[in-house]
Design a protein around this ligand. Structure first.
Ligand code: ATP
Ligand code: MG
Length: 395
């Protein structure tokens, strides 16, 4: 029996003329994600993408698992393929859906005729198949309003038979909203922020500031593990790691203690801006949430933004910690995030940070530093790796 996967676009249906471009990106993303499982042919028609395996013995479960994490998909299902012939359809449906139908007690049949030349109407197909299923599975009854399973027959190039659709990851295909630079720490919030923006179609690159020997190798590995979880949804992420030790030591030596965190965050923003420009990213993304910590008061965020020429996206800005944690559990980053490794922020945290900073004061506090030279030096030390859902990938 030949089996395929049918994908229903998500929000794409709303996008009018851009539709086709969006679908192309979605197809490219899916293709990239499942190529390790074999060769597949892709076809697009009427808001459905059909994926047909070229090889036999495809691991459909693994492929569907991968697909369930790709943004831009409302729903998907495996389907059996047969000729556009009603006898074949009536014969195949009870066999293909046997296991699923044995597990439920109510069903309905829905027929969709994309090929209007097919000799039977949709209601006729539904009635005939409904009758056949009732004969074959005497325990079943029809429930047109609230069935446990909807058996769908689609008449397209061939006839496709399927059971319930699985819900997709939703959102927009990654890449359709351009590229963004995620500032990723080892904490709970920034991986969630990355996930949320990827869901809006942003193609993520990531930047991490490390301060060895104050921060450990293990802290960097933790960031790799977090990004690997995000990459299951977003696709491959380029991670840029910035040597941040010298900057932090300079700040500690030359600036007032209550400004440490803010000055450090302004350096992060400057360097992230430099990198974003080089990588064609048009926004920065952080995991900041108003009032969560001292550096995240409205005035502090204003001082941070003052050095960014790019917009800073903060998707968790209005969420409380519980709401953020809920998402981090869903995407399996929570258990990694709570592992206790020092982040560069925690290393030099002042005892009494300014919560109502004034920009002019912060600028004054920065005066003893050679900002351009420090940024340049850090920028030149950046190391790049790629991370996908299987972990670190070189090249
Ligand atoms: P998170 O849980 O994401 O670490 P947080 O509540 O601990 O956030 P901060 O440590 O103040 O908050 O950091 C705020 C944001 O700054 C983070 O969400 C992240 O986007 C960015 N950030 C913090 N530390 C780093 C770092 N070492 N490298 C890159 N970005 C960082
Ligand atoms: Mg943090």
């Amino acid at each position: 029996m030949k089996e395929i996967i049918l994908i229903k676009d998500g929000e794409l249906a709303l996008k009018g003329l851009n539709r086709s471009t969006f679908e192309d990106v979605l197809v490219k993303n899916i293709r990239w994600r499942i190529k390790k499982y074999g060769d597949f042919q892709f076809k697009k028609a009427q808001s459905t993408i059909t994926i047909t395996p070229v090889d036999d013995n495809i691991d459909f479960e693994a492929v569907c698992y991968e697909i369930s994490h790709v943004f831009g998909i409302a729903g998907f299902s495996r389907a059996a393929v047969t000729e556009k012939n009603i006898d074949k359809i009536l014969e195949l449906a009870p066999v293909y859906l046997k296991e699923q139908l044995n597990e439920v007690s109510t069903f309905k049949v829905e027929a969709k005729r994309a090929d209007k030349k097919f000799p039977l109407t949709s209601p006729q197909i539904s009635a005939m198949l409904g009758e056949r299923l009732l004969e074959t599975f005497p325990h079943l009854t029809v429930d047109v309003h609230n069935p446990e399973i909807t058996v769908t027959v689609e008449i397209r190039e061939d006839a496709y038979i399927r059971g319930n659709q699985t819900k997709g990851a939703g959102g927009m295909p990654v890449g359709t909203s351009g590229k963004g630079m995620l500032l990723i720490s080892g904490g709970i919030d920034s991986p969630v922020a990355g996930y949320m923006m990827a869901k809006r179609g942003i193609d993520l690159s990531a930047i991490h500031f490390a301060s060895p020997p104050y921060t450990s190798e293990r802290a960097e590995q933790k960031v790799h593990e977090l990004l690997s979880k995000v990459a299951l949804y977003s696709g491959r992420i380029a991670l840029y790691t910035v040597p941040f030790t010298h900057i932090q030591e300079e700040i500690k030596e030359k600036c007032p203690e209550d400004c440490f965190t803010l000055i450090m965050r302004r350096f992060m923003m400057r360097i992230a801006n430099m990198l974003a420009e080089k990588c064609d990213c048009h926004a920065l993304i952080t995991g900041e949430s108003v009032a969560q910590v001292a550096s995240q008061t409205m005035l502090a965020l204003g001082c941070t933004d003052a050095v960014s020429s790019l917009p800073v996206f903060r998707p968790v800005i209005g969420m409380d910690k519980e709401e953020i944690i809920k998402i981090s559990r869903q995407i399996n980053t929570f258990e990694i995030s709570i592992q206790p490794y020092e982040d560069c922020c925690t290393v030099f945290t002042p005892k009494h940070p300014k919560t109502k900073p004034i920009l002019a004061d912060i600028e004054k506090a920065e005066e003893p530093l050679d900002i351009d030279a420090l940024c340049e030096e850090a920028f030149n030390g950046i190391k790049k790796i790629f991370i996908n859902s299987d972990g670190v990938q070189n090249g």
